[in-house]
Write a protein that binds this ligand. Structure first.
Ligand SMILES: NC(=O)C1=CN([C@@H]2O[C@H](COP(=O)(O)OP(=O)(O)OC[C@H]3O[C@@H](n4cnc5c(N)ncnc54)[C@H](OP(=O)(O)O)[C@@H]3O)[C@@H](O)[C@H]2O)C=CC1
Ligand SMILES: Cc1cn([C@H]2C[C@H](O)[C@@H](COP(=O)(O)OP(=O)(O)O[C@H]3O[C@@H](C)C(=O)[C@@H](O)[C@H]3O)O2)c(=O)[nH]c1=O
Length: 286
């Protein structure tokens, strides 16, 4: 097994967070591959990259993440989220590399009201969620050496995300309406990147599916209120129901995930969402 870690989808939000945390931890064995250098749908290009680097670990940050657009672009969403994952899993198996793949709380229907376990039934209600589930399901057909980390509501200083959208709207608008009847947990992508790198640094062999978000739970409305409060942004924020904010894709009403397995088997400490939000906002302000 090689000592190099290949990161696919490196210019996305999580890819950039991994670069940040790898630098902080002085890890030099990661190779960051943006889409133009390694498209996960281009099998010949992938074969060349694996042959060149002989990786010990592969992290898949590449995904089709446009939740509403996916409803009209099923084919391309499925290609990236399912076929791309399969291409990487197959090559990981061939090279004996451990595969770390990222999935989502949107694999759940969200009809319950207790924190979701890894063993709970996945029943996606959107094309994005469905294609991400298909990606999860195809991996074990190729390799048993995998970690699938389901995360939720990712934000950070990097790329586009809810926190940055709210800060922009806060500057541009006097009033905002935000959904309060969807409950979940925000995840600072820097914390998730730390979890991924801990798996690699500890050489964990506790393979399988894990839930990883920050601690606690909130609604998009309460998250927005916290963003405005902690960033001293004076904008009137009104709670609305999902029905008052029509979107192409349906989102789960409740997608809070139980992280006991990650904490016990991977030994990761998980900050509360509000504490991590403060860190992110202070970095955005700096
Ligand atoms: N963002 C969120 O709120 C959440 C995300 N997740 C999951 O976390 C992971 C990381 O998400 P995040 O970083 O936020 O997403 P981003 O959309 O920021 O990043 C995804 C990256 O993948 C790239 N990409 C798309 N297609 C390909 C391809 N064929 N080959 C190589 N790269 C490709 C994109 O490039 P380009 O932009 O040029 O298309 C983009 O840089 C994903 O698996 C996502 O499903 C899970 C829960 C919440
Ligand atoms: C911008 C905005 C959004 N909303 C709502 C819509 C939606 O229910 C929620 C979040 O909207 P966004 O479009 O920012 O986020 P969305 O694309 O739904 O986020 C999801 O992305 C994928 C990739 C995931 O895997 C999920 O975990 C989740 O993070 O907030 C408002 O109520 N008011 C607003 O002004």
């Amino acid at each position: 097994m090689g000592s190099t870690t290949l990161v696919f989808g490196a210019s996305g939000q999580l890819g950039q967070c991994l670069q940040h945390v790898a630098k902080e931890r002085h890890l030099s064995s990661l190779v960051f591959l943006p889409e133009d250098q390694a498209n996960i749908l281009n099998v010949a290009a992938l074969q060349a990259v694996f042959a060149q680097y002989q990786p010990g670990y592969v992290i898949n940050c590449a995904a089709y993440t446009a939740v509403d657009k996916a409803e009209d672009e099923v084919e391309i969403a499925r290609k990236v989220n399912r076929d791309g994952a399969e291409n990487l899993a197959r090559l990981c198996s061939e090279y004996g590399a451990t595969f770390i793949h990222i999935s989502t709380d949107f694999v759940f229907a969200g009809t319950g009201n207790t924190p979701l376990l890894e063993t709970d039934e996945a029943a996606p209600i959107s094309v994005y969620g469905l294609t991400k589930l298909e990606g999860e399901q195809v991996i074990p057909a190729h390799t048993s050496q995998y970690f699938i980390l389901r995360t939720s509501w990712l934000y950070s200083e990097y790329a586009g995300n809810f926190v940055k959208t709210m800060l922009r709207f806060g500057r541009e608008r006097e009033e905002l309406k935000v959904i309060w009847d969807q409950a979940g947990t925000p995840t600072y992508a820097i914390d998730l990147a730390g979890c991924i790198l801990t798996i690699i640094e500890s050489q964990s062999q506790q393979y399988g599916i894990y839930h990883y978000s920050n601690e606690g739970l909130t609604s998009w409305y309460d998250f927005a209120v916290a963003i405005f409060e902690l960033s001293n942004t004076p904008v009137r924020t009104l709670p609305i129901r999902t029905a008052e904010y029509p979107t192409k894709a349906t989102r789960p009403a409740y997608s809070v995930m139980d992280k006991t397995k990650a904490k016990t088997q991977l030994g990761v400490a998980i900050p509360h969402w509000r504490d991590s939000l403060k860190v992110c906002l202070s970095r955005l302000e700096a």
